[in-house]
Design a protein around this ligand. Structure first.
Ligand code: BES
Ligand code: MN
Ligand code: ZN
Length: 508
């Protein structure tokens, strides 16, 4: 089979620019200039602070200020307006002004999204260079979020379009941003885009082996340790649950381990675990087409782990962190695992299969057991695990389920700081017997559909022993049906920012 060739992951050159001087005779700014402006709370439109735009205003002989004073831009959050600016030297500059609203209400997430939205807007035509001038009133601790957002806006799902309708600039120059914040923002943006690319690739390309190969290549680039357990090793390691789910597929399953040794030898690691079902047909409990159409996204948990490990290595976080991905394709064949099958998992616990479409928890059973073996300080798993979580929380909020409230609070705080919506679901004891089986230790579905996100988590809880553990169900927010001004449809890279922050907090 000849494989289509994807576009490379968007990687415009990012540089730091001089403080905005426009136009300087010898180095006139080329390309559109993006300027963030803020509105004061008691805004009377004549008082829009021009921040970084003041140099432009001077260069235009006051035209910009007059134009703004006429009420053409309010500076309210999310407003993007473009203006053609005549300059003293007779040329015309394109200026794009992004409203960031009241600076006191500015968040990392809003700045991230403003950056993405403006880059997406400018992608309507090819541009060699875009200059982004940071508003003077934007706190510098947020600057990395704008840089990351600008990179995020460059990547989308049209990776196999021969004539893409959007164009990524070759270079973005940031003025008013420190080198440190530029590098940090770039790392975060690249990591999110890495996650998104892994998810957006078609499932026949991104099978377990390809996922592992790309991750191992990335690991050696950034200095992470890596290990892949193939089918033979999985059998030696008694990972019968991963093997069972993968058995119906022509692409063999595997387990991927990525390791960042940023802490001391005796420091217990943090382990992040991802569900990596590279395509979920449902198996013999076959999904209808409408339910299957986006199921290449069922490895988003694993892709999040890879993106986060990439960031942790590049940021040099001072903590031991291990990433584990259980990778399998859930397919239909004469050798598929069956309803009524009983599997002995790596932990020794037996599970009765009553629905082959509840495969994620089966893969995670063995993967979590490998995590426990690392004697970790905490385990966080990410999984596109249940449609029920989407029914409960919608498609923009991740569900949190835990055996350790303080761990859950830590992650919630990190998510708040990054502006990624999360919500905890209860893990009451009364749910425990919903996964009891008549023939094995537990069964892989609850009783009926009710509380489906929680019964899935209750199943997982069986495999984490006494380790503080948090389960994040990202079935809703991992993959978007439709585009928004600040992001394309397809993979969203949700939770990469939150996990980076949570892990960095652990190191401090
Ligand atoms: N991968 C799906 C969950 C999913 C659904 C993710 C929609 C993203 C979007 C998972 O493997 C699944 O099929 N879960 C079943 C569980 C059921 C059979 C107990 C579900 O949610 O219907
Ligand atoms: Mn499924
Ligand atoms: Zn699944």
């Amino acid at each position: 089979m000849t494989k289509p060739i994807p576009r490379p992951v968007a990687s415009p050159q990012l540089t730091i620019g001089e403080p905005l001087q426009f136009p300087a005779d010898d180095n006139a700014v080329e390309g559109p200039i993006v300027v963030s402006i803020a509105c004061s709370p008691e805004d009377d439109s004549t008082a829009v602070p021009l921040a970084a735009a003041s140099a432009l205003d001077a260069a235009s002989g006051g035209v910009l200020a007059t134009w703004l004073a006429d009420g053409n831009a309010s500076g309210k959050a999310g407003e993007i307006c473009m203006a053609a600016l005549p300059t003293k030297d007779g040329s015309v500059a394109t200026v794009v002004m992004v409203g960031i609203g009241d600076v006191d209400e500015l968040t990392r997430d809003s700045l991230f999204r403003h950056g993405s939205a403006v880059i997406r807007q400018l992608a309507s035509q090819p541009r060699s260079k875009i200059v982004v001038a940071m508003g003077l009133d934007v706190p510098s601790k947020f600057h990395d979020a704008l840089v990351a957002g600008c990179l995020f806006g460059c990547e989308g799902q049209a990776i196999y379009r021969q004539n893409p309708s959007t164009h990524v600039g070759d270079a973005i120059e940031f003025s008013g941003v420190s080198a440190e914040m530029l590098t940090r923002g770039q790392t975060i943006g690249q990591s999110i885009n890495l996650t998104r690319r892994l998810v957006n690739e078609p499932p026949s390309i991104m099978n377990p082996t390809e996922f592992a190969n790309r991750s191992v290549a990335m690991a050696s680039e950034v200095g992470l340790g890596s290990e892949v357990w193939d089918e033979t090793r999985l059998a030696d390691e008694r990972c019968e649950a991963i093997l069972a789910v993968g058995r119906g597929s022509a692409s063999p399953p595997c387990l991927l381990k990525l390791q960042h040794a940023g802490g001391g030898d005796d420091q217990p690691p943090v382990v992040i675990v991802g569900k990596g079902v590279t395509f979920d047909s449902g198996g013999l409990s076959l999904k209808p087409s409408e339910g299957m159409v986006d199921m290449k996204c069922d490895m988003a948990g694993a892709a999040t782990v890879v993106g986060v490990m990439h960031a942790i290595a590049k940021l040099g976080v001072g903590l031991n962190v291990i990433g584990l991905c259980g990778l399998a394709e859930n397919m239909v064949s004469g050798d598929s695992y069956k309803l009524g099958d009983v599997i002995q998992t790596r932990s020794g616990k037996t599970i009765e299969i009553l629905n082959t479409d509840a495969e994620g928890r089966v893969v995670l059973a063995d993967t979590l057991d490998v995590a426990v073996e690392q004697a970790p300080a905490a385990i966080v798993d990410l999984a596109t695990l249940t449609g029920a979580c989407m029914v409960a929380l919608g498609n923009e909020t991740a569900g949190l389920m835990t055996n350790d409230e303080s761990l859950c609070n830590e992650l919630t705080d990190a998510a708040k700081a990054e502006g990624e919506p999360v919500w905890e679901l209860p893990m009451f004891k009364l749910f425990d017997d919903k996964v009891h089986s008549k023939v094995a230790d537990i069964k892989n579905v609850g009783e009926g559909r009710w509380g489906g996100a929680i019964t899935a988590a209750k199943f997982l809880e069986n495999f984490v022993a006494e380790v503080p553990w948090l389960h994040i169900d990202i079935a809703g927010p991992a993959f978007a049906d439709s585009p928004k001004p600040d992001r394309d449809a397809g993979a969203t890279g949700v939770m990469v920012r939150t996990l980076i922050r949570w892990i960095e907090n652990q190191a401090n």
